[in-house]
Ligand binder design. Structure first.
Ligand code: UDP
Length: 381
């Protein structure tokens, strides 16, 4: 019946499905345990007509023309440059910390400090906070301490339950100290939001005669791997085609080596009968509150004329695998990555069982990286 089976209908699964269906003429079945397509990028209109992201803000940005052109086949774009401010004791500071932020914090001392930073790292440099903290120069150290204390420490403690020094440096490095006056959160060439939302994009992506989507269906319930023999069974029949798995690998194997640690989030949505709640699409609470950030969706969707507004607050927590909890972020460190390798080792002898995406590869990927990997994998199959 099917040539390929894909578990999970987020960007990883949906892009791979489209490519296999369209370019390779494969009949593809996608299974997803949820009752909707789009994975964590799923968006929908709430009861007030505001387009919300059910699983937290997803903002598209990429330097890859290939990825941008590919997705542009399935959506037009709302050209939107995402800007974030940090609420630091009531004052709003541009994030990433940049030369504008420097000026706001240091006033007349800023030009001298700017000179020093630029002499050290170069104009336009993106300096990870942990690198800046290593500098001996007292003034550079002072800036580093300010940024660490006021932008990173509390936010990261909330988000990860650990300090920036204790987590993978690549994570804090995502939001560098930026030696320019560019207040955008991302500096990528292409950035924007799907004009009609992500779900509409996914509907087009999946609209192909060779693709069938089955929702409310756990991959684990229909797929069985014979690890000894290196064989795959789908609904108890031998399946010889390719399987792309985008779910959590530990859970697929009933956590037999123990759980892979993830961070989860609880989202609290609030609606207000006023045109705007805050000054920017996202405000990070970097020194106060229990939530990390507040997203006001109308900035992201472009519903700027609306008289009312919906926001979401994000409360991070450990993922324990309880019903309804969702694993959002892999916690990458040598120990956890080692545990993941044990799980990956289980499927190594199954060349037709492919792991793809944030969950299945236990990595912190952005949307564009996932799309690129899905295109590459489909090409290889
Ligand atoms: N971060 C921080 N303060 C901020 C923004 C980010 O400490 O105001 C740190 C935090 O550890 C976070 C990481 O940088 O998890 C990456 O931030 P990003 O905005 O990329 O996270 P995402 O949007 O993927 O949750």
């Amino acid at each position: 019946m099917y040539d390929s089976i894909i578990i999970g209908c987020g960007f990883a699964g949906a892009v791979a499905a489209r490519e296999l269906a369209e370019k390779k003429g494969k009949k593809v079945l996608i299974l997803d345990s949820r009752d909707h397509i789009g994975g964590n990028c799923y968006d929908r209109y709430d009861e007030f007509g505001v387009l919300i992201h059910q699983y937290g803000p997803h903002i598209f940005h990429t330097n890859s023309k290939r990825v941008y052109d590919y997705l542009s086949r399935f959506t037009d774009w709302y050209e939107f440059s995402h800007k974030v401010v940090g609420n630091v004791h009531g004052k709003e500071l541009p994030i990433p910390f940049n030369l504008n932020t420097l000026e706001m914090v240091y006033g007349e001392r800023a030009p001298e400090l700017e000179k020093k930073l630029v002499a050290q790292f170069g104009e336009g440099a993106r300096v990870p906070i942990l690198e800046l903290m290593n500098h001996e120069d007292p003034e550079l150290k002072e800036i580093a301490d300010f940024v660490y204390e006021n932008i990173f420490l509390k936010y990261t403690m909330k988000q990860w339950g650990k300090s920036p020094k204790e987590i993978d440096p690549a994570v804090s490095g995502r939001v560098p100290v930026l030696l320019s006056r560019d207040n955008r959160y991302f500096q990528d060439t292409y950035q924007g939001m799907p004009l009609d939302g992500y779900t509409a994009l996914f509907e087009k992506l999946l609209d192909h005669e060779n693709i069938e989507v089955r929702l409310n269906c756990q991959g684990k319930d229909c797929l069985r791997l014979d690890l000894e023999q290196g064989k795959i069974y789908f609904e108890e029949q031998r399946f010889e085609g390719d399987v792309i798995f985008t779910g959590a690998l530990d859970e697929f194997f009933d956590c037999r080596f123990g759980r892979l640690p993830y961070r989860s989030l609880e989202f609290c949505f609030e609606h207000y009968d006023k045109p705007f709640f805050q000054s920017h699409g996202v405000v990070n609470y970097t020194v106060s509150e229990e939530y990390t950030r507040i997203t006001e969706f109308k900035y992201l969707s472009g519903q700027m004329e609306k008289e009312d507004t919906t926001i979401v607050k994000e409360y991070p927590m450990a993922y324990e695998g309880k019903d309804g909890e969702i694993p959002y972020y892999a916690i990458n460190n040598p120990e956890n990555d080692g545990l993941f390798e044990k799980y990956r080792g289980l499927v190594e002898k199954l060349p037709k069982f492919h792991l793809l995406g944030r969950l299945a590869e236990y990595k912190y990927y952005n949307i564009d990286a996932i799309v690129e990997r899905a295109l590459e994998l489909a090409e290889r199959i």
